[in-house]
Every structure is written in structure tokens, then in C-alpha cells.
Design a protein around this ligand. Structure first.
Ligand SMILES: Cc1ncc(COP(=O)(O)O)c(C=O)c1O
Ligand SMILES: Nc1ccccc1C(=O)C[C@H](N)C(=O)O
Length: 409
């Protein structure tokens, strides 16, 4: 992409262009952080008002049956299944990604008594590693880390489960899900994929890859809102054997029998724990419905094209200004965000945010830009790169206000 005119022509030809109007985005800003918190769909505002005023306010307790509240985790899970190549009854919305990691890791380790190792890579998203450490401590297992180039060789007969994030949260590098799954299964291990940066961003086909287990966030590309409930996937063939370590009543075979003894529910329902967060589920359903209405192959192609355009324009217009690409160049091997390293990454990102380009910073030196194809366009790409160039060439980032650190990055 060589000019603003070219960017505008690409937007004019974009079949997904009208989706931007489905979001309530602040005027005058370029939002490039949908990989951390997706934008607000306009329909969500009305849906939440209806759920709060009508279902909660008027129908009260009757809404568990009347408004289908009790079925929401399976219903919304079944919709997410369409985005990740799973069958409807293999996906459930529940808890947070961290809690779902705990449930599935513990279930996978417990199901294979002869195997005591959880294998992952250093630099995986922290919660994945922290939860794995907690599971290992709780079950007397061990967390083993191996760099991704050596991950296949690190698989042996001690590994119960391989835990990987499909699209890396910093570099956006994407694993070959089918190949890694095959290699792990050949050694008798299960694989748990964290799809937080994949679902709604890139084509995922869990069933085609013969995947075992997966989890993912609801508040990134699914646009479910801050703290939206997460999802989990358990392949049909594993559902009868795996048991949730969090044996709450909503995962019981007959919660409303109120018996004293736990009996796991049929199928994936056993991975529910407590009462589902209905407001969060309602918001998430709106975000997922919006995605399901879109032409998904076109959506993923646009995400790749936006990222490639940003890489090209930044490398061209910001050449010699201290940025180094930290993301794979090849579109098919990365997710829908782009990272550049710069030794002054933090103040540069604060200066960008002050100019209305909302990305984020990841320690130690990563400037991260998310390109959510439903509401980001090529003109945004061009303008964001131009503002970045201006900040770098003028040195505007070197202001005390931009050096102050915030609690949440
Ligand atoms: C790969 C990955 N896993 C998990 C999470 C978060 O999990 P939780 O929603 O439990 O905070 C994130 C982002 O926060 C993430 O990027
Ligand atoms: N849940 C959050 C709450 C506050 C700030 C960021 C997050 C993120 O989701 C970070 C994201 N997972 C990341 O890839 O960095």
C-alpha cells in the first residue's frame, strides 16, 4: 500500500466495510486493540437493556426457563463452535479462560495416570503457565518448558498434555495446529490449544486437526465485552472419560435433584461449575452473532491483508527509525495483530494513544497493533502508520507524561 488514496480505494472495495457501523466506536480514534478488548457492538446495548429490564427486572427467576438462561452456556458455545471448526455439543461457554485452563489441564492429567508432565513453551501467555504450575502443584505433576523449535522433540511418554497458545499474544506467530496435534498424539499426549488470539481472527478447524481440547477468551475478537465469559472445547471422543476438578452443581447430571453426591453431567455439560453469568453471556452472544453473519473467509483474508499492509507501510515510511518487526511476514503463519520492537516502546505507545491510535505495549519492548477486520479499515492502517512516523521523527514520545507507567497495560 503506497498512498492514502490506495488505502481509500481498498476500503471502498471491502465487502465487510458496513460492519464498522455495527460498532459504537469513538469518533476520531483508530482502535487497534481488539485483540485485547473487542469493541462494543451497537446491538449489545439494546440486548443488555432487554436482558436487564425485561428478563431480570420483570420476569425475574422465571427467566431461567422462559428466557433460556439455563441453556445459554451450551447455546452460545454451539455458536462459537461454528467459528472454530467444532461440533455444537463440543463447546461450552463458562468461567474465565484461566479457570477453563485449570479444569481441562487437571482433567487431562488425571485421565492419564502414568503420565505426569504438562509440556508448554517459555513465553506462553503468563496465565497459561501460571495455571499449569498450579495444576502441577495440586496434582503432583510437573511443568516442562521447551522452546517451540524443540517442542516436538520434548514430547515423550511422560507427557500427559501439551499446552500451547495457537497464536502467540506477542509475536502473533501461529502454530500448525494439525501437525503439532499429530506429533503429540503420536507420543500418546493430549493437546490443549489456547485460542484466545485465534477465535474470530483466523480460520480454526479443531475437528479437521483432530484436536483434543481448547479454551479461549470471549472479550477479544468475539467482542463479548470486558471480562466476558470464556469458552472451552472437549472433543466428543474425550467427553465421557474426562472429569472436571471443579465439580460444581451446574456440571452435575441432575442439578435440580439436589442430591448429596456428585455425578458428572452428560457430555460437555460436566465442565460447567457454578451459575452462568447471564449478562456476560447475553453480551457475548451478540458479539458472536455479529461474526457469524459475516463472510468468514473474507474476514480472515481482510485481517491478513490489513496486517500485511501495516507491515509494508511501517517498514517503508518508518525505515531507519528504530523499529524491528516481531511478527511473521507470511500472512498464513500469523494471527491478526502485528508487533514491532522499539527500545522506547512504552513512551511511543503512550504518545500514539494520546494521538488517538489505540494499540498496546507488551514488556519488554513490544508495540502491539491489533487489526480486527470487522471494524478496522485500510485508511486506519495508513493513518496509524503516518502518526507513528510523525511521533518517531519529531521525538514527540520523549515527554515525561509518556514515560509514566500505568497499572494496566
Ligand atoms: C493467550 C491468552 N490466554 C488467556 C488470556 C486471559 O485469560 P483470562 O480471561 O482468564 O484473564 C489471555 C489474555 O488475557 C491470553 O492472551
Ligand atoms: N484481559 C485483560 C485485562 C486487562 C488488560 C489486558 C487484558 C488482556 O486480555 C491482555 C491480552 N490477553 C494480551 O494478549 O495481552
Amino acid at each position: 500500500m503506497k498512498s492514502l488514496d490506495e488505502a481509500r480505494a481498498l476500503d471502498a472495495a471491502d465487502p465487510l466495510r458496513t460492519y464498522r457501523d455495527a460498532f459504537d466506536l469513538p469518533a476520531g480514534e483508530i482502535y487497534l486493540d481488539g485483540n485485547s478488548l473487542g469493541a462494543l457492538p451497537r446491538a449489545t446495548v439494546a440486548r443488555l437493556a432487554g436482558t436487564v429490564r425485561g428478563e431480570w427486572g420483570r420476569d425475574l427467576i422465571r427467566s431461567w426457563n422462559k428466557a433460556g438462561w439455563i441453556d445459554a452456556p451450551a447455546r452460545v458455545g454451539g455458536k462459537i463452535a461454528q467459528l472454530i471448526g467444532a461440533q455444537a455439543h463440543e463447546v461450552l461457554v463458562a468461567d474465565s479462560t484461566s479457570v477453563n485452563l485449570f479444569k481441562l489441564l487437571a482433567a487431562a492429567v488425571k485421565a492419564q495416570p502414568g503420565r505426569r508432565v504438562i509440556l508448554s513453551e517459555p513465553g506462553n501467555f503468563p496465565t497459561d503457565l501460571y495455571v499449569a504450575q498450579g495444576v502441577a502443584e495440586t496434582l503432583g505433576a510437573e511443568l516442562r518448558l521447551a522452546p517451540r523449535e524443540a517442542i516436538v522433540e520434548a514430547l515423550d511418554e511422560d507427557v500427559a498434555v501439551l499446552l500451547l497458545t495457537h497464536v502467540h499474544y506477542q509475536s502473533a506467530a501461529m502454530f500448525d495446529m494439525a501437525a503439532i496435534t499429530r506429533a503429540a498424539q503420536a507420543k500418546g499426549a493430549l493437546v490443549l490449544w489456547d485460542l484466545s488470539h485465534s477465535a474470530g481472527a483466523v480460520a480454526v478447524d479443531l475437528n479437521a486437526a483432530n484436536a483434543d481440547l481448547a479454551v479461549g477468551c470471549g472479550y477479544k475478537y468475539l467482542n463479548g465485552g470486558p471480562g466476558a465469559p470464556a469458552f472451552l472445547f472437549v472433543a466428543e471422543r474425550h467427553q465421557a472419560a474426562l472429569r472436571s476438578p471443579l465439580s460444581g452443581w451446574m456440571g452435575h447430571a441432575a442439578p435440580f435433584d439436589f442430591g448429596d453426591d456428585y455425578a458428572p453431567g452428560e457430555g460437555i455439560s460436566r465442565f460447567l461449575c457454578g451459575t452462568p453469568p447471564i449478562l456476560g453471556l447475553a453480551a457475548l452472544e451478540e458479539g458472536v452473532d455479529l461474526l457469524l453473519g459475516a463472510d468468514l473467509p473474507a474476514l480472515y483474508a481482510k485481517g491478513q491483508a490489513l496486517c500485511s499492509a501495516f507491515i509494508d507501510v511501517v517498514e517503508d515510511r518508518c525505515a531507519g527509525l528504530g523499529l524491528t518487526l516481531a511478527t511473521p511476514r507470511e500472512g498464513a503463519t500469523r494471527g491478526s495483530h502485528v508487533s514491532f520492537r522499539h527500545e522506547q516502546g512504552w513512551p511511543i505507545m503512550q504518545a500514539l494513544i494520546a494521538r488517538g491510535v489505540i494499540g498496546d505495549f507488551r514488556a519488554p519492548d513490544i508495540l502491539r497493533f491489533g487489526f480486527t477486520p470487522l471494524y478496522v479499515g485500510f485508511e486506519d492502517v495508513w493513518n496509524a502508520a503516518e502518526i507513528l512516523r510523525d511521533i518517531l521523527t519529531t521525538g514527540a514520545w520523549d515527554d515525561p507524561a509518556f514515560h509514566a507507567r500505568a497499572a494496566v497495560t
